[in-house]
Write a new protein. Structure first.
Length: 255
């Protein structure tokens, strides 16, 4: 016959109940005032629903909020790794051939001087209107561009898959959409035998996939820079010196 182990919580509860009985029994034998003891017990029993309300609603809500903040902080750290590993390179490759790059450069080149309200406005604008990726590239250079993107995605494929396996990713919809869109583009490129010989229609289809990535990537970039500004000023320094929207960006520290 299998013996069931009594959990420490049950043992602890039994000890507390016995201690309570002993205390009230001792109180009765010392003071011989059963009415006061009964009144005291009933008064405290009356507060039990309030105690449950406080624990169940208020404290539980505070703990849940704190737990979510911890999860989001970890995801923000993953976002930092994402940009270091692949995000910055994707932005650079897409932006350098985008027809609207002058507008984008003008908008994000001076991001180091932005106030918090500028970041919020930029994220709202990107979320509501999107960012159009319309490449300006010759037919002969299309294959070179696609091969560069494919090489980058193949090299970081396992990294992206590992990020998608994070169970907390559902807390950040835009980031998860970005990873899925990136993985989808990787699949599209992988199943084409020759990226140097695509029809215009097929190339435009791939551009549509890239456009989906570009919008989400732009949003996460702005959010990421705001996150660094508030939490890691020493990291934002190198991020600004490698700003993919600043053609004059220089990694070297200058006076």
């Amino acid at each position: 016959m299998v013996k069931r182990k009594i959990s420490w919580k049950l043992k602890f509860a039994i000890v507390l109940i016995i201690a309570t009985i002993l205390i009230y029994t001792g109180n009765f034998y010392i003071f011989h005032d059963s009415e006061e003891i009964f009144s005291y017990v009933m008064m405290h029993l009356g507060f039990i629903p309030i105690d449950i309300l406080i624990v169940a609603l208020v404290i539980d809500d505070i703990l849940a909020r704190k737990e979510r903040e911890v999860i989001l902080e970890k995801l923000d750290m993953l976002l930092s790794v994402f940009f270091s590993e692949i995000g910055d390179n994707l932005l650079s490759n897409f932006t350098k051939i985008n027809q609207d790059k002058n507008i984008i450069y003008k908008y994000l080149k001076d991001i180091e001087n932005w106030e918090d309200s500028d970041f919020e406005s930029a994220m709202d604008a990107i979320k509501s209107k999107g960012v159009k990726f319309t490449p300006e590239i010759s037919v002969k250079d299309q294959g070179v561009f696609l091969n560069e993107i494919q090489t980058l995605l193949v090299d970081k494929r396992n990294f992206i898959v590992n990020l998608l396996e994070n169970p907390n990713l559902m807390e950040k919809d835009n980031f998860s959409e970005l990873l899925l869109a990136t993985l989808h583009l990787d699949e599209e490129l992988k199943h084409r035998n020759d990226l140097n010989d695509l029809t215009t229609t097929d190339f435009n289809h791939l551009i549509g996939d890239m456009n989906r990535i570009y919008t989400n990537l732009m949003y996460e970039y702005v959010y990421y820079m705001l996150y660094l500004k508030h939490n890691y000023p020493y990291i934002i320094s190198i991020a600004l010196r490698t700003n993919p929207f600043d053609m004059d960006a220089d990694i070297h520290v200058k006076e």
